[in-house]
Design a binder for this molecule. Sequence first.
Ligand code: PMP
Length: 400
Amino acid sequence: MAVKRHPTKYLGEEYQRLVRENLNWELKILETASEPICIVNGKKVLMLCANNYLNLATHPKVVKAMIEATQKYGAGAGSDRSISGNMTLHEELDSRLAKFKNAPASLTFQTGFMANEGVIPQLAGKGDLFVSDELNHGSIIDGVRLSHADRAIFKHKDVEDLARVMDEAEKHDPPYNHIWILTDGVFSMDGDTAPLREIAKIAKEHGAGVYVDDAHGEGVLGEGGRGIVNHYKLTREEVHVEMGTFSKAFGVIGGHITGGEDLRNFAYNKARSWLLSGAVPPGVAAACIAAIDVLETEPQHVRKVWENRAHLLEGLQDAGFDTGNTETPIIPVMCGRSKAAKDLADYLWSKEIFVLPIFYPMVARDKARIRVQVCTKHTTEQLNRAIEAFKEGGKKLGII
Ligand code: PMP
């Protein structure tokens, strides 16, 4: 007799469970451009949870480039880059980015997620090993899961633990052919940075590759926002894959990898997300090129985001909040349980401040937090308003 099953009933049940356990996402709707003051769900709010660190999403040069390229080349590229959609603008973006990063070559993807998910599983397979920081981004985790390589985890930013894992790996019989160390550059939930110099040193001792996901470091760290590899003055022989995204500080969308010519050639022949998916529209490629132009010619944006970050961090810390170990414009305001983070976010919302509560499974159950992200265009008055509201809400809910 056939098993009694229902094809989709569990979807609703699972959603209800998430709601009951305070683990569900409540989607909000942004009705204006992503600016410091915007309209969300019909309400005028102060935006403190955008990845648009330098406000390039609305920079006139970036917007103009997108419009003009769309008018000239159309709304879409017509195909995958691997077939007939590889436009002059895509190639120009690849080479402009490599030049910006002072590297031999880059390859751009449709998103950063697709770069990780496409490239990582090709780097290592049976007989190889991935060694990954325990707090790496989900797209790295998924990339590793798609591979047939062995996996090992090291404690967050803990170079001694990494050395231990690597020594252990050397005992593997038969010896591993290839070993890759994978790390976020800036950890997206904590705003702290990877000890990349030490990681590169350990990797060198073992002949291992280093892959850094600098999605949140680009546009922020390094000279003129060139990212974490530049920040730590590392070479392409020390960090072999620098991955990033155009969806955050660059203000547009798209992912990329940067390194040697061999890496680029390997990646566009092997990464399935690149080979088997449509190219980004020409307007997107043009806007990304314009964003690189802005970074090269207008250094004030990077300077200002750091000033704003210092002001807000000081205010939150003076108020008594635990802000973790942030080193970047991502500031975690630790709340403990999911409910506390959600309640604080709700309180701030009632004060017209839009922040994101982050909770399990994105972070450990007792490490729920509000993730605050600062941008260039925030004014001191706006940041002071946020600090006051955090203070009131934190006291009311017993967080401070
Ligand atoms: N890596 C990290 C560390 C990220 O935070 C993100 C975005 N959440 C990604 C990769 C994916 O980037 P994209 O938005 O371009 O897909």
